[in-house]
Design a protein around this ligand. Structure first.
Ligand code: SF4
Ligand code: FES
Length: 575
């Protein structure tokens, strides 16, 4: 009789499964290692590489006795659906002999260039060669040599490393629907190629590099930059669009070297756009602000944080004393926690401070891949036209403080600023940026004139030059926080790098200003007291406790799943 939850036995251990799962999916979910090249959760099954073949026995429906499945032939575990009572061996002599044979076949023409290959250290062929390969090659003939090809703006192909798994070809046909890649030729002359005159330049092209299980498809941007074993990885969230794509930041010695997709079936599946993949360059821009500045004789002059903070607090206070209002322009590029703290700064100085969300860039219109797919299709991937990661999150926290409908958008902010400096007009503003490129508009510059302006930003720009005080801020990679994406999902990200020298996260700048305000606006009076240290998790708890509408920050934040710890293959011996 069938058990209520169907199970299969893999290498002697019973594993439950859901109907429809393949043997390989059951093994992968249970952490049983089965070698695999052509299989990928996000692509169709072709069962072409043959390394996942396993020995299967299944119960005879009439007698219940176990019998060899498919007459005892080895079965591709990536293609064979699991059925209750199956007994699977991936480590039997027959299965292991196949794994060794496939490895020997794949290595016949594969160059021995691991020392100069970017994939080395994260290469399936290298890993399986250690685990399942022979120690020596029996191949005495000459290897087939194949060319290196430039396939597109981001992708290079080293053909002789290709094992013809066709993951890349299937991606362009099934995910982007653009079909630029194909298999050309036959036998040992088979090559991946693009159609003449049609390079692979679709907006998700970089994903084929991640999909390639060997070092055949390479990222031009990462080529020969780093050995992968030096890279540390930090989970983060797409910092430049409203998609909330989950990403890994790969970095070493304070520098980002690449960004990779982080699997999340509810958001970005296994993919990211090239825009997100290569959109981190502003973090290391030569235009980064590295010191506070104050305006002297109409020009910005370098200052230090204590002096700049004192002038900033004094200027904001003076605006209120003169009967005017203070405004906050909170950028949709900053974290929710930072917007909350900055709003507290201006509200501490002016109880009725104007709160506004900065400009939200939009480029074109939303797109869904593959073209024609519905957004609800579980395999569909959406590219968002909105180019800011946190417009909704910033508005959510500002509204918790100001009340629903009381937070201005950028246009309304410009109008409020343009009303002049009369008794109820805005006389001072705290303006934040953190955009990946220039964002000042002539309208913004025009309405900042004649007012006391504190600019907090990462990159130089005309509004920074025009500000009375400018404070250098940290980018997304240099701090932690949360972003709310276009679908209302609030997700946390972690700090990967220490802040650029001289810069501080907006959240820390807010804490510093709050401390100074509490001390009467002068550091001399502060004595030995110190400002709080910005910690995003702490602020989230505080936000949830202080405002009922911000309870989601305690209950509904998506955090990165912990990465399974890699086990060393070798026994570690203490010397
Ligand atoms: S280039 Fe890479 S992903 Fe494409 S078929 Fe070859 S091995 Fe597979
Ligand atoms: S992973 Fe099963 S045949 Fe390739």
């Amino acid at each position: 009789m069938s058990s209520p939850t169907p199970t299969i036995t893999i290498n002697g251990v019973r594993r439950p499964f859901s109907p429809g799962q393949t043997i390989l999916q059951v093994a992968n979910a249970a952490g049983v290692e089965v070698p695999q090249y052509c299989y990928h959760d996000g692509l169709s099954v072709v069962a072409s590489c043959r390394i996942c073949l396993c020995e299967v026995w299944s119960p005879n429906p009439r007698t219940g006795a176990l019998e060899p499945f498919m007459g005892g032939k080895l079965v591709p575990s990536c293609q064979q659906t699991a059925s209750d009572g199956m007994v699977v061996h991936t480590d039997s002599p027959k299965a292991v002999a196949n794994q060794k044979a496939v490895m020997e076949y794949l290595l016949i023409n594969h160059p021995l260039d691991c020392p100069v290959c970017d994939q080395s250290g994260e290469c399936f062929l290298q890993d399986y060669s250690y685990q399942y390969g022979r120690g020596v090659s029996r191949f005495q003939e000459e290897k087939v040599k194949q060319p290196k090809k430039d396939l597109g703006n981001h992708v290079l192909l080293y053909s002789d490393r290709c094992i013809m798994c066709t993951r890349c070809v299937r991606f362009t046909r099934e995910v982007t629907g653009t079909g630029e890649l194909m298999v050309m030729g036959r036998g040992n002359k088979e090559e991946i190629d693009v159609f003449p005159g049609i390079p692979i330049n679709n907006e998700l092209s970089g994903n084929v590099i991640d999909l390639c299980p060997v070092g055949a498809l390479l990222d031009k941007d990462f080529l020969f930059q780093q050995r992968v074993w030096y890279l540390k990885e930090t989970p983060s969230i797409d910092p430049i669009t409203a998609s909330g794509d989950n990403i890994w930041i790969h970095h070493n010695e304070g520098k980002i070297h690449r960004v990779k997709p982080r699997e999340n079936p509810r958001v970005n599946k296994w993919w990211i756009t090239d825009e997100v993949r290569y959109g981190w360059k502003f973090v290391h821009s030569a235009d980064r602000l590295g010191a506070p500045a104050r305006k002297q004789y109409g020009y910005p002059a370098q200052s230090d944080f204590p002096r700049a903070y004192e002038i900033a607090v004094a200027g904001l206070r003076r605006a209120v004393e003169d009967g005017g209002r203070v405004a906050l322009l909170a950028s949709p590029m900053i974290a929710c926690e930072e917007a909350y703290l900055l709003a507290q700064v201006v509200r501490e100085i002016d109880r009725e401070a104007v709160l506004a969300v900065g400009p939200v860039p939009v480029k074109g219109s939303d797109r869904v891949y593959p073209p024609g797919a519905s957004e609800d299709d579980p395999r569909a991937f959406k590219v968002h036209a909105e180019k800011a990661p946190n417009a909704r999150g910033v508005r959510r926290v500002l509204e918790a403080l100001a009340g629903p409908g009381q937070v201005l958008d950028f246009e309304a902010f410009l109008r409020a600023m343009g009303k002049g400096t009369g008794s109820s007009g805005v006389r001072a503003a705290l303006v934040t940026g953190n955009y990946p490129s220039a964002w000042t508009t002539p309208e913004l510059l025009g309405c900042l004139g004649g007012k006391f302006i504190v600019a907090i930003d990462t990159l130089a720009g005309p509004h920074v030059d025009a500000a009375d005080i400018s404070l250098p801020a940290a980018t997304f990679a240099e701090k932690s926080g949360t972003f709310e994406n276009a679908r209302g999902m609030i997700q946390s990200f972690e700090r990967a790098l220490t802040a650029f020298e001289g810069a501080r996260p907006e959240g820390q700048i807010a804490f510093d200003l709050l401390h100074l305000i509490a001390c009467g606006g002068e550091y001399e009076r502060a004595g030995a007291t110190r400002p709080e240290v910005y910690d995003a998790a702490d602020i989230r708890s505080r936000m949830a406790a202080e405002h009922e509408t911000l309870g989601v920050f305690a209950s509904a934040v998506g955090h990165p799943a912990p990465r399974p710890q890699a086990r060393p293959d070798m026994r570690l011996v203490e010397i």
